[in-house]
Design a binder for this molecule. Structure first.
Ligand code: GLP
Length: 247
């Protein structure tokens, strides 16, 4: 893990503060930065903190762009459970990122393969991602790149693993997740100029240690981060409990 910059903080609030510092400083030096953005429970405190910093006049997203990492297939953006709605509810309503600068795969597109190509092309057209912010799935996924996804993958439609569907069931009123999703691919994520992964809670300790210190391989998608030259991992004490103290 030679290139990995690991910061361990006390708790989820500390992760939110440290991650917000990084986003704020990027936007100060590069107001038109292209961000890749995650969903899930982990980034919510960072989104709240960035919303508060925006309200206090410390940070503006007016010239930035936000590209979501993933979206469920077949879930309209207005539906509870869609990541489009998640982003509005948890982040976009708190900041000044114009609607025209928010991007997310359309999981209800009639031709999903064409939609994946379109999304990938949009990322390319804006010059690629400056900072990709990632969560970590319980099975080591990043975005919705589940174990076994080729490291060469681009934006694609994927089958969501059964443990991932269970972990995300809470976000659907029906308690049932769709079987498929669309995700930015691993290769696309790796082309980001900088990557920030946020990890909180003891339930992620084993997979975080395996991803950062174990062998790199497609069975554990997050392990690919060991190959990126500029990765920062911010974890709370609970999530970093199985990393050796030397780290
Ligand atoms: C979902 C998302 C991932 C996210 C993961 C972890 O599967 N597609 O992008 O990283 O959940 O979620 P949480 O932060 O709730 O543990």
């Amino acid at each position: 893990m030679a290139n990995l910059d690991l910061t361990i903080v006390k708790d989820a609030a500390g992760v939110a503060a440290a991650a917000s510092d990084m986003v704020e400083s990027l936007l100060r030096s590069r107001p038109d930065a292209v961000l890749a953005l995650p969903t899930g429970r982990t980034p919510i405190p960072m989104y709240v903190e960035l919303g508060e910093r925006h309200a206090a006049g410390r940070v503006s997203f007016a010239r930035a762009r936000g590209f979501n990492l993933d979206e469920w297939v077949g879930v309209p953006p207005t539906d509870e459970g869609s990541y489009a709605k998640f982003m509005v509810d948890h982040f976009y309503r708190l900041i000044d990122l114009p609607t025209s600068r928010r991007f997310i795969p359309n999981g209800t597109a009639p031709d999903l393969e064409a939609e994946c190509r379109r999304y990938e092309e949009m990322i390319r057209l804006v010059g690629g991602v400056d900072l990709a912010i990632l969560g970590l799935g319980g099975n080591g996924h990043i975005g919705f790149n589940e174990p076994g996804t080729p490291f060469e993958s681009r934006t694609h439609v994927c089958e969501v693993a059964s443990d991932t569907r269970e972990a995300n069931a809470y976000s659907f009123p029906s308690g049932v997740c769709p079987l498929r999703a669309m995700t930015v691919g691993i290769k696309t994520i790796l082309e980001s100029r900088e990557i920030l992964m946020l990890v909180t809670g003891s339930s992620k300790a084993r997979i975080l240690a395996a991803a950062l210190t174990g062998p790199v391989g497609e069975r554990l998608p997050a392990s690919v981060l060991q190959r990126h030259p500029r990765v920062k991992v911010i974890a709370d004490r609970a999530a970093s409990g199985l990393l050796s103290p030397a780290r």
